[in-house]
Design a protein around this ligand. Structure first.
Ligand code: NAD
Length: 399
């Protein structure tokens, strides 16, 4: 019998939904590279319902309890008095979502005497101190591809929102206005602009593919160059470094994991090499951008807009400067947690658990850390290290 501890975000303030705005979601059985969607033996939830919040429980309770395990679900994750910190002491498995990350620092890993498996219900395991996980021999797995297309759609939406000045214009409507000139004085066409992605993996390539129809120049940088036929098919220009790419772009979108190579990549020095009035869309991880350098660049006009859905820590303090900086189009961390994505990452979490309990191998593409080293998707996209420092500031949200 194992103790599974899941940290999920709170239910809606109006209560767990009893009805939904749509009856059906499309069934996605495979992804663009041919990888199959999660395939657990069974699911005990209705795809399209809210699964990522506390009451949704990722649809796992009857499966886990039916097999004799216990499931503890909480949203109380920050600070030494939190339910998470208390329940962690004897948990065998921790499940967390990047949207509401249970930061697994080295100190917490040391306290979790029984911990063996850490599952990210979603993509991006930087909320785990990967170096400490490696040293301790933990398995860290995530549901690779489960929400990559969800995020790519959000990126395209945010690029258009910034370039066309959508959100301020919507604000004029809400306030009863009809201020055409105020709306359009910062509004441009995306057509003809140069768009570049830092990282052309599952999300980055999906963004490039989606943008092709907008008649833009497409650029990318990645530690792994794409096959030449893919570059040719989509008209991509490769740059060997981010520093080489950004001066050539009007829009830069960040789609690489947070790890030592990417932490603080967008600092004052790099941003100063961008075209004046460029836009940054970062749905990858907040710490890839220097928090205060982004504010300074927006205030000075060096960049014309910043959008994304990732913050540090999460939830961010009420006085986080990205809430109030000019020309931003931030959302809470939602791009990868659409109801469509939740169905896939809940099924994928169950698939990982089924493999673990049956002693069957977890798919290689789901592995980040295994057997004391980076493995699978983790070996491809990460370098070992710790990106959790400063996460204790998440307690500030409540104050
Ligand atoms: P992926 O592994 O398919 O792609 C990541 C790419 O980044 C890889 O091609 C890798 O080689 C590249 N990369 C790694 N280090 C790099 C560096 N230093 N410079 C340039 N490229 C580098 O992963 P994905 O599915 O595309 O997701 C990417 C990231 O997006 C995740 O790690 C996660 O942090 C973030 N994400 C966010 C959300 C959200 O809801 N906002 C959801 C999913 C993923």
């Amino acid at each position: 019998m194992a103790k599974i501890l899941a940290v999920l975000y709170d239910d809606p303030v109006s209560g767990y939904p009893t009805t939904y705005s749509r009856d059906l979601i499309p069934t996605i059985s495979s992804y663009p590279d041919g990888q199959t969607a999660p395939s657990p033996r069974q699911i005990d939830f209705i795809p399209g319902q809210l699964l990522g919040s506390v009451t949704g429980e990722l649809g796992l309770r009857s499966f886990l309890e039916g097999a004799g395990h216990t499931l503890t679900v909480t949203s109380d994750k920050d600070g030494p008095e939190s339910v998470f910190e208390r329940e962690l002491l004897d948990a065998d498995v921790v499940i967390s979502q990047p949207f509401w990350p249970a930061y697994l620092t080295a100190e917490r890993i040391a306290k979790a005497r029984n911990l063996k498996l850490v599952i990210t219900a979603g993509i991006g395991s930087d909320h785990v101190d990967l170096e400490a996980a490696i040293a301790r021999g933990l398995t860290v797995a995530e549901v690779t591809y489960s929400n990559s297309i969800s995020v790519a759609e959000h990126v395209v939406m945010m690029i258009l929102a910034l370039v066309r000045n959508y959100i301020p214009s919507y604000g004029y409507v809400l306030r009863g206005g009809w201020n055409i000139a105020d709306c359009v004085e910062r509004s441009y066409d995306l057509e003809g602009m140069a768009v570049g992605t830092v990282g052309a993996g599952r999300i980055g390539l999906a963004v490039l593919r989606r943008l092709r129809g907008f008649d833009v120049e497409l650029h990318y940088t990645d530690r792994h160059r794409l096959p030449i036929d893919v570059e040719r098919a989509h008209g991509l220009t490769f740059h060997s470094t981010t520093a080489e790419m950004v001066p050539n772009c009007d829009v830069v979108t960040i789609n690489a994991p947070l790890h030592p190579e990417t932490e603080n990549l967008f600092d004052d020095a790099l941003i100063s090499t961008m075209r004046r009035g460029a836009y940054i869309v970062n749905t990858a991880r907040a710490k890839i951008c220097n928090r205060d350098a982004i504010v300074r660049a927006l205030e000075s006009g060096q960049i014309a807009g910043y959008a994304g859905d990732v913050w540090f820590p999460q939830p961010p303090p009420k006085n986080h400067p990205w809430r109030t900086m000019p020309h931003h189009a931030m959302t809470p961390h939602i791009s990868g947690s659409s109801l469509s994505a939740q169905a896939r990452y809940s099924a994928g979490t169950r698939e990982i658990l089924e493999c673990w309990f049956d002693d069957r191998p977890i798919r290689d593409e789901y592995l980040i850390v295994n057997s004391g080293q980076l493995a699978g998707a983790g070996a491809h996209a990460y370098s070992a290290g710790d990106s959790t420092s400063g996460s204790e500031e998440a307690t500030e949200f409540e104050r």
